[in-house]
Ligand binder design. Structure first.
Ligand code: DSN
Length: 430
């Protein structure tokens, strides 16, 4: 494929493709094709988004060239004056955004943020109580092959089998029996509001720390459209690239001075070396964007769009786990539309029609994680493009045409055309 630029593409992106075209045509073609893929497909993966051109280009800036191990004012390399400034700016903005006293912006990812939080709060072998990944938790909350499941004693709470929602009374009883040192809330596939205050009272009743991993809902929390984990959680971890719409990366927050000191030590030198300062610069920009009133409107629209998409899917005969959504995502139980339908098939058919989703296990899923009976859908990326409640009906109809036809090639091709024209109506800025 030859590299192409597009009229909606920003000048720096066009310049990058031109720079690369003669320098490294193979990579230029791949980047160009990826830009084209993003421009012409509908992104419904709940954990993905489209960053602003400013955030995107900051990631490709001069700041990639530096080692800045340590923290502002205490680095292990010379030449760090601008890195100190940008890291302090990112920390200050993160604290303002989430209303807390401490931020560490160095974790390379959400999983890295969780490693640092575990190391700050626990000793190897300590008991942790969390929701398993099969019910919507995250692998870094205790999955056996992960560091968390390898070095700590993991105990589980689960969703109520009837409501498919958290049952705080049951969680309190399990905590009483297990006596964990750490309770984790915050999930990857839970469509409901989390009651952080209730979680803290459960943690207090057994003398446990409470960690809230708000990776999925961070943008909603920052915008005030989901309750904040502060002042309830002892430590809050998150990614910066999902609803928060920043660069890929992690972040640890706290209000507790002692925990904050430990977190800093456990990020560096505990679990990371040199921070990715180009990503820290991009985080600073994204936090500033999220502090603007327009981000509140965006986040409200993400939630409204999710509700509208959920309602339309139900009208097409799909059951939603837990009965609906209160945040940016929903889990669709495909079996209610068609008992043969699997998440793996649906994901593949939809991709051929230009709709990007991920198969996802549903609570008590009889199928394996590679097959699944569910699809996880989210609205952060579509909302960034400018699609609104009206368009969610169109999106639900497109989803249903593909899945209802069992991936029929002609139907997928026809839907692909409709997806392209919907994308043309809502162009990306880069
Ligand atoms: N992989 C992310 C998600 O899709 O939810 C979680 O880390």
């Amino acid at each position: 494929m030859s590299t192409t630029t597009n009229s909606s593409m920003d000048a720096l992106s066009q310049g990058l493709l031109e720079l690369l075209e003669s320098h490294d045509p193979a990579v230029a073609a791949i980047l160009s094709d990826e830009a084209d893929r993003q421009r012409t497909t509908l992104e419904l993966i709940a954990s993905e988004n489209h960053v602003s051109p400013q955030v995107m280009h900051a990631m490709g800036s001069w700041m990639t060239n530096k080692y800045a191990e340590g923290y502002p004012g205490a680095r292990y390399y010379g030449g760090c004056e601008h890195y100190d400034l940008v890291e302090n700016l990112a920390c200050d903005r993160a604290k303002e955004l989430f209303g807390c006293n401490f931020a560490n912006v160095q974790p390379h990812s959400g999983a890295n943020a969780n490693i640092a939080a575990f190391m700050a709060l626990l000793a190897p072998g300590d008991k942790v109580l969390s929701l398993p990944i099969k019910s919507g938790g995250h692998l870094s909350h205790g999955l056996k092959p992960n560091f968390s499941g390898t070095f700590f004693e993991i105990h589980e709470y689960d969703l109520d089998p009837d409501t498919e929602q958290l049952d705080y009374d049951v969680i309190a009883k399990i905590a009483e029996e297990v006596q964990p040192k750490l309770i984790i809330c915050g999930y990857s596939a839970y469509p409901r509001i989390i009651d952080f205050e209730r979680f803290r009272s459960i943690a207090d009743s057994v003398g446990a720390f409470l960690m809230a991993d708000i990776a999925h809902i961070a943008g909603l929390v920052a915008a005030g459209v989901h309750p904040s984990p502060f002042p309830h959680a002892h430590v809050v971890t998150t990614t910066t690239h999902k609803t928060l719409r920043g660069p890929r990366g992690g972040l640890v927050l706290s209000d507790d001075e002692e925990i904050a000191k430990k977190v800093d030590r456990k990020v560096f030198p505990g679990s990371q070396g040199g921070p990715l300062m180009h990503m820290v610069a991009a985080k600073a920009i994204a936090f500033q964007e999220a502090l603007q009133p327009s981000f509140r409107n965006y986040s409200r629209a993400v939630v409204d769009n999710a509700a509208a998409l959920a309602e339309s899917l139900v009208s097409h005969g799909y059951r939603l786990c837990s009965g609906g959504t209160e945040n940016h995502l929903m889990l669709v139980d495909l079996r209610t539309r068609d008992s043969e339908l699997t998440g793996a098939d649906a994901e593949q058919w939809l991709e051929s029609a230009g709709i990007i989703t991920n198969k996802n296990g549903i609570p008590n899923d009889p199928r394996s994680p590679r097959v699944t009976s569910g699809l996880r859908l989210g609205t952060p990326a579509l909302t960034t493009r400018g699609l609104g409640v009206g368009e969610m009906k169109e999106v639900a109809a497109l989803l249903d045409r593909v899945m209802g036809s069992h991936g029929d090639a002609a139907t997928c091709e026809a839907v692909r055309k409709d997806v392209r024209s919907l994308c043309d109506r809502f162009p990306l800025p880069h």
